[in-house]
Write a protein that binds this ligand. Structure first.
Ligand code: IVH
Length: 667
């Protein structure tokens, strides 16, 4: 703890930088580097220091702001009522203090509160006007968020039109989440496709909503629970406890369970009960939110700069279980990265059996000083992925062994290297059987060439029998060779050969993705196949030509360029050509990327002869984008009958306005 203003200043600077960086990683990259608990500790230390040394407080300190900056690529939406965050605590004592403080501020009054689950997803705000959804936005910096209407619109449980008696205006707030079981499936698919796993459902939800392509969000099992409102016109509610029933009548799902309380004892008992039942909820929870029920009392209690005085979040400690680290195994990935994995004496953590846990990399093992034979603490990051989070050094007997990253690849015995500035260690032998297996698994995976039946076990057998030396050998497999493999019945052979034959006509972008070029994911593969007529042109393209394509850029461009200049890769591609794979990009649909639409952003308003969704599809299908709000970046406002505020705003900003006749003409 810093004692003088001088030492406090240095620590405050350090903490501000750290909190800013973790905010950025959490909110903008959806890839946190530390646990919530660790983050909260840093935040709390900073906020305490600023309170003890008020002269060092600053308006731009992260303690004075909510969350991250909005993302650049999305249109921006200003919230009608700011989206604030909540004060967090892990201590029951502080929950008691919170309630007692309110009792002092509201003397001689009963203060009924509501306890509800704290869903661990992404905060969203949806605006309904006259019952129709207008837009959906992320919290962003609390004042302005990203327009994620298209992605939220893919969620089946979110109504486009409210049921019953909707108010004129309803800004409704909630948490978008990824179903726990859907999360496990999504990660299994990502592993199969050679993509990195999401650390927890919250990151997966954030990653899904950050997709600029709503088709990707549509494939994710997302849901929303609604727990509050922003601006509401046309109805007056008096109590929070009425809200859930009312939202339900409108078709907006709530948290499922909540508890009323009007004393500290009742609050604590509700918190404990919620902790017992929350693991059965379909969404991930990390705490309980305690909120004053009466809106009139909330008004009197008011807000601090960052959060309301009438609500607090109590966070549950993640369940930590002790077990023994039996060994550290090494997994070799598709690009040769060696990842240490903990082999544990099996234990039950948060309801399921855990025998393996991630150890990330060598630096992480050293930082935590994890040794083989140690009793380690295991917890599930975000209730899902097991991770080793600490060591019981006090239980050491002296027989524990330090782990050293092998100097040679455990699979093929080749040298391993550490690229400059990188933490990961890689096996450089491109013929390494482990890498080969992973590359073929990736090629055949659902996200790439989608060859059913060519999974991990099958690929393992085929590589072991030397039937597959690269991905092109898949197309040389035949019934005679396959029949000799273990557990391969006649039917399985026919099915596999059939699936292989079908994969030959997959579109070019899938082939590009399947080749597993470093840094080339689905969106870069699609961009390449959209931009070039065929694979040969891509192979011949200069670095500059490649780098000019959106979604490619410098690093990816270089990687593609290098890939096609390696003789081994060229040879594989020639074999794929002889096998008859699709090297030509798909013909653009006749009306795809029509002039007048490509690269333009549209806002649709007023009454038109087709629904907004249908009109939006017409625009999207021609290479345009659709946004929910008018800004300087809007290319056109398509205004139907009775267009209102958007029309005015467009006129004010000088955005060109088009009526339906003009739009039809353009089509
Ligand atoms: S109420 C002004 N209720 O937790 C109060 N928030 O730091 C607004 N959250 O930003 C929040 N479940 O993203 C509230 N039942 C719940 C919640 C909840 C999850 C999230 C929300 C909020 C953060 C609080």
């Amino acid at each position: 703890m810093a004692e003088t203003e001088e030492t406090a200043r240095a620590r405050i600077d350090e903490l501000r930088r750290a909190v800013e960086e973790h905010n950025r990683r959490y909110h903008e990259e959806a890839a946190p580097a530390i646990s919530d608990r660790e983050y909260d500790k840093l935040f709390r230390e900073l906020s305490d220091l600023e309170k003890s040394f008020p002269r060092l407080a600053a308006a731009d300190s992260p303690t004075q702001r909510v969350g991250g900056k909005p993302l650049k690529a999305f249109a921006q939406i200003a919230h009608r009522v700011p989206m604030l965050s909540l004060d967090n605590t892990y201590s029951e004592e502080e929950v008691k203090d919170f309630y007692r403080r309110m009792e002092r501020l509201l003397p001689n009054q009963k203060i009924p509160v509501v306890i509800e689950p704290k869903a661990d997803g992404v905060a969203v705000s949806l605006l309904y006007e006259k019952g129709e959804i207008r837009y959906a936005a992320t919290r962003g910096d609390g004042t302005v968020g990203d327009d994620i209407t298209q992605n939220i619109a893919t969620i089946r449980s979110v109504p486009k039109r409210l049921k019953g008696n909707p108010p004129d205006v309803l800004e409704v707030r909630g948490e978008a989440y990824l179903d726990k079981s859907g999360f496990a499936k999504l990660n299994a698919e990502r592993t199969k496709a050679g993509l990195p796993e999401f650390a927890n459902p919250r990151n997966a939800a954030a990653g899904s909503l950050k997709q600029l392509d709503p088709a990707i969000a549509a494939q994710r099992p997302l849901g929303v629970i609604f727990y509050g409102t922003g601006s509401v016109e046309g109805i007056v509610l008096e109590k929070h406890s009425e809200l859930f029933a009312w939202l339900k009548k409108l078709g907006l799902p709530g948290p499922g369970r909540w508890w009323p309380a009007d004393s500290v004892e009742e609050i604590l008992s509700a918190i404990h009960e919620l902790d017992r039942v929350r693991h059965d909820f379909p969404y991930q929870t990390d705490g309980a939110v305690i909120k004053v029920d009466s809106f009139a009392q909330r008004e009197i209690l008011g807000f601090t700069a960052k959060s309301p005085r009438w609500a607090i979040a109590f966070k549950y400690e993640a369940e930590r279980v002790e077990t023994r680290l039996l060994d550290v195994l090494i997994q070799v990935g598709r690009t040769g990265t060696l990842t240490p994995v903990a082999a544990l004496e099996p234990v039950i953590v948060s309801g399921s059996r855990v025998a393996r846990a991630t150890l990330h990399n060598e630096e992480e093992i050293e930082r935590k000083d994890v040794r083989i034979g140690d009793v380690v603490l295991v917890e599930k990051a975000g209730e899902v992925i097991p991770a080793v989070v600490g060591v019981r050094t006090d239980l050491r007997t002296g027989t524990e062994k330090k782990f050293r990253m092998p100097k040679k690849c455990p699979e093929c015995g080749s040298e391993v290297v550490k690229d400059e500035g990188q933490v990961a260690v890689r096996c450089v032998n491109s013929q390494c059987p482990a890498q080969l297996r992973r590359r073929i698994e990736h090629f055949a995976s659902r996200g790439a060439m989608d060859i059913e039946g060519l999974g991990e076990a099958m690929v393992g057998q085929l590589v072991e029998h030397k039937l597959l030396g690269d991905v092109s050998d898949i197309y040389a497999l035949n019934a005679a060779t396959l029949n000799e493999l273990e557990r391969m019945g006649e039917k399985s052979v026919i099915n596999l050969l059939d699936a292989i034959a079908r994969s030959k006509s997959r579109p070019l972008w899938r082939l590009l993705f399947g080749l597993g070029i470093l840094h080339v994911g689905v969106s870069a593969s699609r961009a390449l196949a959209d931009h070039f007529p065929d694979l040969d042109t891509i192979m011949k393209s200069s670095m500059e030509e490649l780098q000019r394509i959106p979604d490619v850029g410098e690093v990816v461009g270089r990687s593609i360029h290098d890939f096609f200049r390696q003789p081994g890769n060229v040879e594989t591609i020639e074999k794929l050509r002889s096998a008859g794979l699709q090297f030509k990009a798909e013909e653009k649909k006749a009306d795809d990327s029509a002039p007048g639409f490509k690269g333009t952003t549209w806002v649709i308003t007023g009454t038109l002869s087709q629904s907004r969704d249908e009109i939006a599809e017409l625009i999207l299908g021609r290479g345009g984008k659709v946004s929910a709000s008018v800004s300087k970046k809007t290319s056109f406002l398509l205004a139907g009958e009775e267009a209102g505020s958007k029309l005015e705003k467009a006129k004010k900003l000088g955005v060109p306005v088009m009526d339906e006749a003009g739009f039809r003409n353009l089509l």
